[in-house]
Design a protein around this ligand. Structure first.
Ligand SMILES: Nc1nc2c(ncn2[C@@H]2O[C@H](COP(=O)(O)OP(=O)(O)O)[C@@H](O)[C@H]2O)c(=O)[nH]1
Ligand SMILES: [Mg+2]
Length: 319
């Protein structure tokens, strides 16, 4: 196996096998994860990250594939991460994604990667951004992140993306479900796919109504557009690309892009720090320092907050 510096250099040159290998390393939380991330940091190019989110079967993979084609026509290099956080049993969904994206399989300007998060909590939260960094360093201009899920995972992926596209389809009761789940706020661009089906206009109206129910917007605010598509036939996809470019331009004009990326990085650093802290505290179970603190809390000599301060000080100062 090639060493990390070699892999990173090959990935930077756009070699697909090196890109795939690096994503496996970060996804598997391998011991080389740190080395990989350190080597990738200076290669960051700021690829535009677009999240494609919606209920199963709504047409995310079909739309993602059509978006890849549109960006390729514009000469962009594209990365795709199909994240399936649902469960270890959902191999079928990933297979379906692969089939729907197969037209790009031999295109050297496209990297496609399915990531199963094995249902482990927080898996998506740390694995996806690292995989995004690999694709960014490999020279992708645009990275499309497809994720299925309800509630939390959709909100999570929205936090990873520069722009979030929320897909709905007519007749799935999606609009109402989305509103109930409180995820309607996460969309920067809304797409009503399967517009060849009955009820598409009603879904657009219903959605527009729901989005309009929010607070009044100031003139500089972003008004999320609603685009109708028939992804299976590529219809409306150029309009989606235009909406994305508009949103990107708006974010740049208002400093929102930098702000979102800062918030994303801050959240990531925090998650890594908290995880490290928790692991170190876990190592202290059975350690006499934690036991001694607990004893003093039980005896009323120490309040739990002060004890916690002492614990944090103990694990951060080292032995
Ligand atoms: N009628 C119709 N079917 C579509 C359209 N887009 C996708 N589909 C079909 O809907 C099914 C689910 O699509 P898929 O992209 O896998 O959805 P995902 O689960 O959200 O990724 C597939 O059978 C697609 O062929 C569309 O615009 N119209
Ligand atoms: Mg899919």
């Amino acid at each position: 196996m090639a060493d990390v510096p070699t892999l990173v250099e090959q990935a930077r040159q756009g070699r697909p096998r090196a890109v795939a290998r690096l994503i496996s390393l970060v996804e598997g939380a391998s011991p080389q994860l740190r080395e990989v991330m350190a080597a990738l940091a200076p290669l960051a190019q700021g690829a535009y990250v677009v999240g494609v989110t919606g209920s199963p079967g709504v047409g995310k993979s079909t739309s993602t594939s059509a978006l890849v084609a549109a960006y390729r026509r514009a000469g962009k290099r594209v990365g795709v991460l199909a994240v399936d956080p649902s469960s270890p049993f959902s191999g079928g969904a990933l297979l379906g994604d692969r089939v729907r994206m197969s037209e790009h399989a031999s295109d050297p300007g496209v990297y496609i990667r399915s990531m199963a998060t094995r249902g482990h909590l927080g898996g998506l939260a740390w694995a996806a951004p690292q995989a995004i960094r690999v694709l960014d360093a490999a020279g992708c201009d645009v990275i499309l992140v497809e994720t299925v899920g309800v509630g939390q995972s959709e909100v999570e992926i929205a936090a990873q993306a520069d722009t979030s596209v929320l897909l709905l389809a007519p007749g799935m009761g999606d609009g109402i479900q989305a509103a109930k789940a409180g995820i309607l706020e996460i969309g920067d661009v809304y797409v009503v796919n399967k517009a060849d089906r009955e009820g598409a206009d009603a879904t657009v109206r219903e959605l527009g109504h729901m989005l309009g129910l929010g607070e009044a917007r100031s003139p500089g605010d972003w008004r999320p557009p609603i685009v109708k598509t028939v992804a299976a036939r590529g219809e409306g996809i150029e309009e989606v690309v235009q909406a994305l470019e508009k949103h990107r331009a708006w974010m740049e004009e208002h400093g929102v892009l930098a702000e979102r990326r800062m918030r994303r990085a801050a959240g990531e650093v925090e998650t890594i720090a908290v995880t490290a802290l928790r692991e170190r505290i876990g190592d202290l179970h059975g350690d006499r320092r934690l036991g001694a603190l607990a004893q003093r809390v039980v005896a009323g000599e120490l309040d739990p907050y002060t004890a916690a301060d002492e614990l944090v000080a103990a694990v951060t100062e080292g032995p």
